[in-house]
Design a protein around this ligand. Structure first.
Ligand SMILES: [Cu+2]
Length: 163
C-alpha cells in the first residue's frame, strides 16, 4: 500500500511541475545570439520571424542585447512604429543590455531610435497573451491507447466554456 501512495505522490508532483512550468515567467533574448542590431539579416522580417514561433505571456521579460551608445530600445505606438517615428515614445531604454517586463497583454512595438536603424529593420512587434497554451511536446505521462485526438487544451482548466 505504501508503494501505491508513493506513486500517487510522484504523479501529483509531476503534474504540479508541468503546470507550474507552463505558467512561470520566461526570459527571451530578442533576436537570439544575433542580439538587437541594425541591418539584421533579411531586414525587418528578421525580428518578426524570431517572434513568430514564440508565445509571450504576461510578466515574461525581453532582454535586448546591445552595447550602450550603439542602439536604444524605444517603445512606440503602433502608428509611430509603422512610420519609424520616434517623437513621443512611450518609453526609451538607452543602456544595454536592456530588460523589459511585458506587464500587460496586447501588442508591444519596439524600435531602435538611432537614425536609419528602424528603417533598416531594427524593429519588433509582438503580442502578449495571458496564459501560454500547453506546449505540443509536454512530457505528459503515458496514456492508455485512445482514439481521442485532443489531449491538450480540453484537459486544461479554462474560464471559457467550450462551445
Ligand atoms: Cu540601433
Amino acid at each position: 500500500m505504501a508503494k501505491l501512495e508513493n506513486v500517487a505522490i510522484i504523479v501529483v508532483a509531476a503534474f504540479a511541475a508541468i503546470f507550474l512550468h507552463s505558467t512561470e515567467a520566461e526570459d527571451f533574448t530578442v533576436g537570439g545570439s544575433t542580439g538587437w542590431i541594425n541591418n539584421p539579416p533579411r531586414g525587418a522580417s528578421f525580428y518578426s520571424n524570431w517572434a513568430k514561433n514564440l508565445t509571450f505571456k504576461l510578466n515574461d521579460t525581453l532582454m535586448f542585447n546591445f552595447p550602450a551608445g550603439r542602439h536604444v530600445v524605444a517603445i512606440l505606438t503602433q502608428l509611430n512604429f509603422e512610420k519609424c517615428n520616434f517623437t513621443n515614445p512611450i518609453q526609451v531604454l538607452s543602456t544595454g543590455p536592456a530588460r523589459v517586463t511585458l506587464g500587460r497583454t496586447g501588442e508591444f512595438y519596439f524600435v531602435c531610435a538611432f537614425t536609419g536603424h528602424c528603417s533598416s529593420g531594427q524593429k519588433l512587434s509582438l503580442n502578449v497573451v495571458t496564459v501560454s497554451p500547453i506546449p505540443p511536446h509536454s512530457p505528459l505521462p503515458p496514456v492508455e491507447a485512445s482514439n481521442s485526438p485532443s489531449l491538450g487544451p480540453a484537459s486544461f482548466p479554462s474560464e471559457e466554456p467550450f462551445l
